[in-house]
Design a protein. Structure first.
Lengths: 197, 204
């Protein structure tokens, strides 16, 4: 009996200690990790969407609160005028988990400029093609923000990646949420973007 | 039977070098050595986990009951692997992206569990730390060597660290890279060749 108690106590204390240590390290590094993610993951995606912008979109950014969520908008200036915002939404229900998708929208035309997948856990060669295959992302270019973003199987205009319907649906879900959010927050976005003239 | 610190440390560098003599921890050896940089990064991460896990297991060796020792080792090792993963995300993000799923796999790397069970559980802290460090550095050297081999002959260039790299294709224009070496079967062949070389050198 004594032996059993000792085993339980040791395992419990050890696990508690491990949990505490990990929580501490996680809190300690979370800020630095965000900086790194911005630089290496989101940064390239933003620069890809805003190719040709005359400013630094990663530095020119502002935050808005949508209900409970804080959203960061990256501004792109073309011909001296800040016209485009890029922001990210998470697509739930990907095959391997959440898929992060950045979308750029032009405020003057209310159309999607480009989209880019940032983080995902999809299968290489299948779902991962949402990020690797430029033809998939190109489908979203130029679509108006009022468009219903769905795969052709659900009645929408987007061709899913063959063999990766779930991934394609998740990406569409993310972009649909992005367009929704954009339409809801458009007045505030237009207001904030003036600061970058 | 008390060996000196230096002896415990140096045995991991040659006589009992983990992948080639103990033939342990082959999964990452084959999986991440597509470039030398990846191999070295993986080796350093594993070394960190090895040293920390060995020290902690050795410190707790009188408290850990015999019957749940493996569970306790795994808790300790997994904790340090997650710490390494978070640190890598915070300070070496590109390496984290390249190593991907192999970082969590350090937990089940036979070297780490094997040294905890075979050495740290039965020896003092100082010796365990030296053992962990020696094995870890030996592992790092092995990964680096294998990575250098596969990258040079398989891809035609060698990235030493970051931007410093040698491009063999530009030095020797007729050099045709042996792409087979960069794939998984080529890794096995390379490993076999290095085992052969080390055995030959060992016999002398």
């Amino acid at each position: 009996m004594n032996e059993m108690i000792k085993m339980v106590v040791v395992l419990t204390v050890l696990s508690a200690f491990a949990g505490g240590l990990l929580a501490a390290v996680r809190t300690g590094t979370s800020e630095q990790i965000e900086v790194q993610q911005l630089q290496f993951v989101k940064g390239p995606a933003i620069l890809e969407i805003l190719a040709g912008a005359s400013n630094n979109p990663i530095a020119d950014r502002f935050n808005l609160t949508d209900g409970e969520i804080e959203q960061t908008f990256f501004v792109g200036k073309f011909d001296g005028e800040p016209t485009t915002v890029v922001f990210e939404n998470i697509g739930r229900g990907g095959y391997g988990g959440d898929i992060g998708v950045m979308a750029g929208i032009n405020l003057d035309t209310d159309k999607i400029v480009a989209v880019a997948v940032t983080t995902h856990s999809e299968t290489p060669g299948l779902g991962a093609r949402a990020k690797d295959d430029p033809k998939f992302a190109a489908q979203f270019k130029g679509l108006p923000v009022t468009e219903t973003i769905k795969v052709t199987g659900d009645g929408g205009p987007i061709n899913a990646i063959s063999g990766a319907t779930i991934t394609s649906r998740a990406v569409c879900g993310s972009i649909a949420a992005t367009l929704n959010q954009y339409q809801k927050l458009k007045p505030e976005i237009a207001e904030q973007i003036k600061a970058f003239k | 039977m008390a060996k000196t610190l230096v002896q415990e440390f140096s045995k991991g560098l040659w006589k009992e070098i983990p992948p080639f003599r103990l033939v342990l921890g082959l999964c990452p050896v084959l999986g991440v050595t597509t470039t030398m940089e990846n191999g070295l990064g993986m080796g350093l991460a594993t070394t960190f986990v090895l040293v920390c896990a060995n020290i902690l297991v050795s410190l707790l060796r009188d408290i850990i009951p015999q019957k749940v020792r493996i569970a306790c080792f795994i808790i300790v090792i997994a904790t340090f692997v997650i710490v390494v993963e978070l640190l890598m995300q915070a300070y070496a993000y590109p390496l984290f992206l390249k190593l991907g799923v192999f970082i969590p796999l350090i937990v089940v790397n036979c070297i780490v569990l094997g040294r905890a069970e075979a050495f740290a559980y039965k020896n003092k802290v100082g010796l365990s730390a030296a053992d962990g460090l020696g094995m870890g550095i030996g592992f790092t050297i092995s990964l680096g060597a294998l990575g250098a081999l596969r990258e040079s002959f398989g891809a035609g260039h060698l990235t030493v660290w970051g931007d410093l790299s040698f491009n063999f294709l530009s030095l020797f224009p007729s050099f045709e890279p042996f792409a087979f070496l960069v794939k998984a079967p080529g890794a096995f062949v390379c490993l076999g060749l290095m085992l052969c070389i080390l055995n030959m050198l060992g016999k002398k």
